[in-house]
Design a protein around this ligand. Structure first.
Ligand code: UDP
Ligand code: MG
Length: 335
């Protein structure tokens, strides 16, 4: 745990990191809310007046980047970086966090659609000032989500935990991370990103703050069921080898049952009671064929992950920056 006050000579410099993908409808509504919250925290003496709001444009096809550029032009508190193409929410958040880790004391990542309550940031910063390096924003109310979204999200968390990927229940990517924890996170080199599972692995003193989840202010969700399932699968196979172990155990069980079956067949054959068992044979063959294919698929999934990890492709590529987000000479050379 960071001893109280040791690193806090002043108010911490905060960077809000906000991923945006095709958000031209909602950004003009939420940008003022983020600004208002930042000004409130500065006025309360919770964060430094050098704090900033960083939008990460994730290869949007609409006017999102123009909106970010014009916000930044009008008020330098707003900053922006643009990925060279759409890489997905997780990569966009990571790009923002890695870009600002040397510029600030703390970051808070939050979605740009107004669903997460910005006022919870007060408690997050207070928890940081009390010694926490990571503060998770946890939804204590999902009543604004549809019943379907609520149930699939619940299934998502329980599936993740049962499969050995530890995630905080009802926490998405709204969280405070200190610069120190970010530097530790930058040592995690995987390209299959699942930040919700990776951040707890970083360790350090952490806590949760609770808030009510609202409806999107405008625009529509980019996380339909298919994307959520893909994220869950990515999370499980990136963080845990439990499915492979389950394959091994099931394989062992099936082998055992088959062995008992063989003994039974031999005894029946020796006692001369053999009957033409076409149906049962077909069933067994189908069953084994199916199970084997399924398990090969699971193993293939891991091999696919290893394939991608060995390529070690860059996890994000920044194409454009607003004024104030340029890399300095030394940083540029280090890249
Ligand atoms: N997002 C992104 N890249 C993507 C999809 C989404 O940066 O490919 C951003 C999006 O702009 C939003 C956040 O990730 O700020 C969460 O997305 P969304 O609100 O669509 O998901 P939901 O809240 O419905 O799960
Ligand atoms: Mg949303």
């Amino acid at each position: 745990m960071r001893p109280k006050g040791v690193f806090l000579t002043d108010q911490p410099v905060l960077y809000m990191v906000i991923p945006c993908y095709n958000e031209e409808e909602v950004l003009p509504l939420t940008a003022p809310l983020f600004l208002q919250q930042l000004q409130h925290m500065i006025a309360e003496g919770l964060v430094s007046e050098n704090s900033r709001i960083l939008f990460v444009n994730d290869g949007s096809h609409d006017r999102t980047w123009e909106i970010i550029s014009s916000l930044s032009h009008d008020n330098p508190v707003f900053q922006g970086i643009a990925q060279s193409r759409n890489r997905g929410h997780q990569n966009a958040v990571l790009a923002g966090l890695m870009e600002v880790q040397d510029r600030c004391d703390i970051t808070i990542s939050i979605d740009c659609d107004g669903q997460d309550d910005v006022r919870a940031m007060d408690d997050m910063v207070k928890a940081y000032r009390d010694g926490c390096e990571i503060v998770y924003g946890v939804r204590d109310d999902r009543s604004s989500d549809t019943a379907f979204k609520r149930h699939t999200a619940q299934a998502f968390y329980s599936l993740m935990n049962h499969m050995g990927a530890e995630v905080i229940y009802n926490h998405a990517d709204y969280r405070l991370i200190s610069s120190r924890a970010l530097h530790a996170l930058s040592g995690f080199h995987e390209v299959n990103l699942f930040l919700r599972g990776m951040v707890p692995l970083v360790g350090f003193q952490s806590t949760s703050v609770y808030y009510a989840r609202h409806e999107r202010l405008a625009g529509k969700s980019h996380y339909p069921l298919s994307k959520m399932l893909a994220l869950a699968f990515d999370g499980i196979t990136s963080l845990s080898v439990k499915p492979i172990r389950m394959v091994t155990v099931t394989g062992l069980l099936i082998s055992l049952i088959s062995f008992i079956g063989i003994v039974w067949v031999v005894i029946t054959a020796l006692s001369g009671h053999t009957v033409a068992g076409w149906a049962s044979m077909s069933c067994i063959l189908c069953f084994l064929g199916g199970i084997q294919t399924l398990f090969l698929g699971v193993i293939g999934e891991y091999i696919g992950k290893i394939y991608l990890e060995t390529k070690a492709r860059p996890r994000y590529i920044i194409a454009e920056r607003t004024q104030g987000m340029e890399k300095n000479e030394n940083e540029a050379r280090r890249q």
